[in-house]
Design a protein around this ligand. Structure first.
Ligand code: GLC
Ligand code: MG
Length: 248
């Protein structure tokens, strides 16, 4: 058994089945102690919203936390996020102009202030409206000369992010900082904003059995031997995948 870099989404991936979470936690603690495995959470939540989740669920303290769909990387929660990463995201990002364009769409409802960030403008958008609104919004942002990435998740959440921000790029940044090879890395997720975790290179991927159709559809269209679709759900699906890839 060797050390690896473990990156997981929280809602509906690591979190969802308390019993399975406890079992997985025990395995991961032991692996971290014995082999120096590193544990990273990568969530769409803000730091505050992550801290709220910590009061409800038994989460191991991670070695790093990625919040806001890859828009902030915390090495420790009492300090500012990684400034090298934040500086990279400033490149060609104009949040105010993106928000003005988004405001032209009645179908987009801004998410609460707590989920907005310096590098993240987030909205609710129904699945029924998404098909029509997403291409139009994309075109309007482009026509303004803006660089951005649009991420639609869970059939309801739309994030407008800097062009170089997503969960996968944040994973690569940490992986290189810590000098883990791609094949020593495994990422886990369930929904649209996790797709970038599975789309980087040689990293291993685990999709939990309860994944959303938007991610499953992409998975079936882009098969890869490095990506495993678990039968089990939530943390039990993660454990199934880690066993499949012989990480634990
Ligand atoms: C989380 C965040 C939300 C975001 C969603 C999808 O729920 O709180 O702001 O839109 O993830 O990325
Ligand atoms: Mg999720």
């Amino acid at each position: 058994m060797a050390q690896f870099l473990f990156i997981t989404d929280l809602d509906n991936t690591l979190v969802g089945d308390d019993h399975a979470l406890e079992t997985l936690n025990q395995r991961l603690i032991r692996h971290r102690e014995t082999h120096g495995t590193k544990i990273v959470y990568s969530t769409g939540r803000s730091l505050t919203s992550y801290q709220n989740l910590c009061t409800e669920k038994q989460l191991l303290p991670p070695d790093a936390l990625i919040t806001g769909v890859g828009t902030a990387i915390y090495h420790d929660l009492d300090n500012e996020p990684d400034s090298t990463w934040s500086e990279l995201l400033m490149e060609n990002w104009d949040r105010d102009r993106a928000a003005v364009i988004a405001a032209q769409f009645a179908e987009l409802t801004p998410q609460p202030e707590s989920e907005q960030g310096r590098f993240k403008a987030s909205y609710y958008l129904s699945e029924a409206d998404a098909e029509q609104v997403l291409p139009q919004l994309k075109a309007n942002l482009h026509n303004e000369g803006l660089q951005f990435s649009l991420i639609y998740s869970g059939g309801k959440d739309l994030d407008i992010l800097p062009h170089n921000a997503n969960k996968g790029l944040a994973m690569t940044f940490l992986r290189e900082q810590w000098q883990f090879g791609a094949t020593q890395t495994v990422a886990c997720g369930d929904s649209g904003n996790d797709r970038a975790l599975f789309d980087m290179g040689d990293e291993h991927g685990i999709i939990v059995g309860n994944a959303m159709p938007e991610l499953l559809e992409w998975h079936y269209d882009n098969p890869s031997p490095r990506r495993y679709l678990a039968k089990a759900t939530y943390a039990a699906g993660i454990l199934e995948g880690l066993t499949h890839f012989k990480f634990i």
